[in-house]
Design a protein. Structure first.
Length: 135
């Protein structure tokens, strides 16, 4: 994808604040961070989203995130961490190249939890379960 910004960054054609790199991934600091250290795991190959990325590459991305998360805890002293991965503009995806957000959390970071809980009835939950199971 020659016009994809994350392809260019992942391949090193555009400079970035890289905090981890191997043959298949680059992890960069987000330039609009939610918190101090907010980073993005970018596969070097272009995949649009979760539906597109091969299972093995997804598993490898999770392993990279775990490594980086450990160093964030150690070096930045975060107290918690969110792993976020948006798929489709309805879910907040703005760059259509698969990426995992690693968002370190601090008690004074002034950020929120991602969603507001709703209160479906027990029947509604059963209906949704059956729909997903194809029953
Ligand atoms: P999404 O909303 O697609 O899940 O996340 C895209 C993220 O990429 C956003 O958090 C945004 O700040 C970040 N971002 C967009 N363009 C660039 C860029 O050119 N460089 C860096 N470092 N981050 C970017
Ligand atoms: Zn791309």
């Amino acid at each position: 994808m020659s016009d994809c910004i994350f392809c260019m960054i992942a391949k090193g054609d555009i400079p970035s604040n890289t905090i981890y790199e191997d043959d298949n991934f680059r992890v960069i600091l987000d330039n609009g961070p939610a918190t101090k250290g907010h980073a993005l795991v970018l596969p070097k190959e272009h995949y649009a989203d979760l539906f597109d990325i091969p299972e093995d590459t997804l598993a490898d991305a999770a392993k990279v995130a775990k490594k980086v998360a450990a160093s964030m805890k150690d070096k930045l002293g975060c107290e918690g961490l969110n792993l976020v991965q948006n798929n489709g503009s309805v879910a907040g995806q703005t760059v259509m190249h698969f990426h995992l957000h690693i968002i370190p959390r601090y008690s004074d970071d002034n950020q929120k939890i991602l969603w507001k809980p709703t209160q479906p009835s027990a029947e509604e939950l059963v209906k949704i379960r059956d729909t997903i199971l194809g029953e």
